[in-house]
Design a protein around this ligand. Structure first.
Ligand code: RP5
Length: 163
């Protein structure tokens, strides 16, 4: 039987997948069960509300929400669930992702969104942050996360010579 997803990876458009698949890859690498789907704050608001209302009951523990432009998805998701919501600003064409970043980061006090960097780095780090949150109650995952970090360190140390 497949493990029930612990992380809900949602994004405003199919076009966000190019960025958000980096989060998916990191979650896979760390052995964290997740689900991924398009949920748009503007185009499918009713779906967003239903998704967030049911998220906790379905066993999700963290939501990663990626969106670009007028990126209301993470904030609206956070408004509808008490689960931790991590927001990834997708790099937009018009304003290079500054619009996405500012739309996501400036939440009013009381409804937090953990905002990550614009683009791929933010997507990867959202997955690692989700892993760190889940690792609080999962020793095996904590070990896998430590191993991931150690492998990263070794990779840098083995390639530290410049021409
Ligand atoms: C946002 O609008 C999405 O998150 C996406 O980043 C952006 C553009 O969407 P598409 O026009 O590519 O569907 O809602």
């Amino acid at each position: 039987m497949l493990d029930r997803p612990l992380v809900g990876l949602i994004m405003g458009s199919r076009s966000d997948w190019e960025t958000m698949e980096h989060a998916a890859e990191a979650l896979k690498e760390l052995g964290i069960p997740f689900e991924a789907e398009v949920v748009s704050a503007h185009r499918t608001p009713d779906k967003l509300f239903k998704y967030c209302e049911k998220a906790e009951g379905r066993g999700l523990r963290v939501i990663i929400a990626g969106a670009g432009g007028a990126a209301h998805l993470p904030g609206m998701a956070a408004a509808k669930t008490a689960l931790p919501v991590l927001g990834v600003p997708v790099q937009s064409k018009a304003l290079n992702g500054m619009d996405s970043l500012l739309s996501i980061v400036q939440m009013p006090a009381g409804i937090p969104v953990g905002t990550l960097a614009i683009g791929k780095a933010g997507a990867v780090n959202a997955a690692l942050l989700a892993a760190a949150i889940l690792a609080g109650t999962d020793e095996a995952l904590r070990a896998r996360l430590r191993a991931y970090r150690e492998a990263q360190t070794q990779k840098v140390l083995l390639n530290d010579r410049l021409p």
